[in-house]
Write a protein that binds this ligand. Structure first.
Ligand SMILES: Nc1ncnc2c1ncn2[C@@H]1O[C@H](COP(=O)(O)OP(=O)(O)O)[C@@H](O)[C@H]1O
Ligand SMILES: CC(=O)OP(=O)(O)O
Ligand SMILES: [Mg+2]
Length: 403
């Protein structure tokens, strides 16, 4: 079965084409700058060089059309025809309380994703464009949606409720949902398998540290708490997002700076985090380069980022009354040995001992970076959200075919 995985954003669309017989990636790529003057399609058939094409792509339907065209291209294609695509799997960031697992798209599912636009205004409308674009281009191909929030639906009320009037939860679904669930789910399972221990016997903290960043407390294989909240703004300091701040700052700054709600939202989501403190970049690689060159603002940005992450790990150890496994994943978590070292250096009170040599090696794949004697096993597990989406899509479509 060939499955196309799509992660549609407002102006970009990432895709991966899988052959699920052996979970082989046939091709991958992205369309960027959709709706702007010149969009860019990058496409990489497995084992061959990347192709880049500049084109006018004004909306998602055209973007999907372009993707389908290149997948069956005479020279660069990996499929004989677009009818070789058996199903499409989408990442959907917000599933609210309606979805605790992946589902096949139907009219009711689409209505529900639409109803959730308010809770994820940056993400869900873009996902819907992606779903509709596939429907227009390939009306007979079944689609599956995989939600970032689904894995966290196991959180108990004491984790997901905010201590504000309950009527806001009942009327407007104001609660913690959590995100990056496909990643936390995937790396926690892989971690347990890698250690040869049942997931249900482990107290684990998974740190998904990419552009967006979140931690999850995973007890008995289930998410019991996570740092992102009703939206992906709460929790850790991120590339451009503030993470936790005193909520009273919002009305105060709105008054002092005469900002609208949209402006303050944009400030917290797009102009805060590493970017705001360093004044340089939201990209951890650039922060590290500037630190090495002695830039004080970069050092401060890094220190705040690390400190806030470490406090979450400590609080989740308290939430679970212990910690057996700490997992680092995503762009920063997988690649920044300096961040991992700084975090672990100050978690020795948990009996955690980092193997500095293992940590600093530029290795690939799942690996242990704590010492043999460490009471907490520290792992680096590369995440693979697209593979989870492809697997869920495969499983649901197979089950439907058998039914
Ligand atoms: N070698 C590296 N060292 C430090 N940070 C890195 C390295 N490679 C990637 N990163 C960081 O990872 C982040 C992007 O993570 P990623 O998981 O790809 O994000 P997203 O999927 O949210 O766009 C960026 O801040 C980038 O600087
Ligand atoms: C939910 C979220 O924050 O996603 P990303 O890390 O892709 O921005
Ligand atoms: Mg990501």
């Amino acid at each position: 079965m060939n499955i196309l995985v799509i992660n549609a954003g407002s102006s970009s669309l990432k895709f991966l084409m899988y052959n699920m017989v052996n979970e082989e990636v046939l091709a991958s790529g992205r369309v960027e700058r959709i709706g702007m003057d010149s969009a860019i399609l990058s496409y990489e058939p497995a084992g061959r060089t990347e192709i880049r094409e500049v084109a006018e792509i004004l909306e998602h339907t055209t973007a999907i059309r372009k993707v389908l065209d290149i997948l069956v291209h005479k020279e660069h294609g990996v499929l004989a025809s677009s009818s070789d695509i058996d199903a499409v799997g989408h990442r959907v960031v917000h599933g609210g309380e309606s979805f605790s697992s992946s589902v096949i798209v139907n009219e009711e599912v689409k209505r529900e994703i639409k109803r959730l636009f308010d809770l994820a205004p940056l993400h869900n409308p873009a996902h819907m464009l992606g779903i509709n674009a596939v429907e227009l281009n390939m009306p007979d191909v079944p689609q599956v949606v995989v939600f970032d929030t689904a894995f966290h639906q196991t959180m108990p009320a004491k984790s997901y409720l905010y201590p504000i009037p309950l009527v806001l939860y009942r009327k407007h679904q104001v609660r913690r949902y959590g995100f990056h669930g496909t990643s936390h789910d995937y790396v926690s399972e892989r971690a347990a398998r890698f250690l040869g221990k049942p997931l249900v016997e482990l107290k684990m903290v998974t740190c998904h540290i990419g552009n967006g960043a979140s931690c999850a407390a995973i007890l008995n294989g289930q998410s019991v708490d996570t740092s992102m909240g009703m939206t992906p703004l709460e929790g850790l300091m991120m590339g451009t997002r503030s993470g936790d701040i005193d909520p009273a700052i919002v009305p105060y700054v709105m008054g002092k700076e005469e900002l609208t709600m949209n402006e303050v939202n944009s400030m917290l989501n797009k102009h805060s985090g590493l970017m705001a403190i360093s004044g340089l970049s939201s990209d951890m690689r650039e922060i590290q380069q500037s630190m090495a060159a002695g830039d004080g603002s970069a050092v401060l940005a890094f220190d705040m980022y690390e400190y806030r992450l470490r406090k979450y790990i400590g609080s989740y150890a308290a939430a679970m009354n212990g910690l057996d496994v700490l997992v680092f994943t995503a762009g920063v978590g997988e690649n920044s040995s300096i961040l991992r070292e700084s975090v672990c250096r100050n978690l020795t009170f948990l009996g955690l001992e980092l193997d500095e040599e293992a940590n600093s090696q530029r290795a690939h794949g799942d690996r242990v970076i704590s010492t043999v004697g460490s009471r907490v096993t520290v792992l680096v597990i590369p995440t693979n959200e697209e593979l989870v989406i492809a697997r869920d899509t495969y499983r649901l479509i197979l089950a439907r075919q058998k039914a």
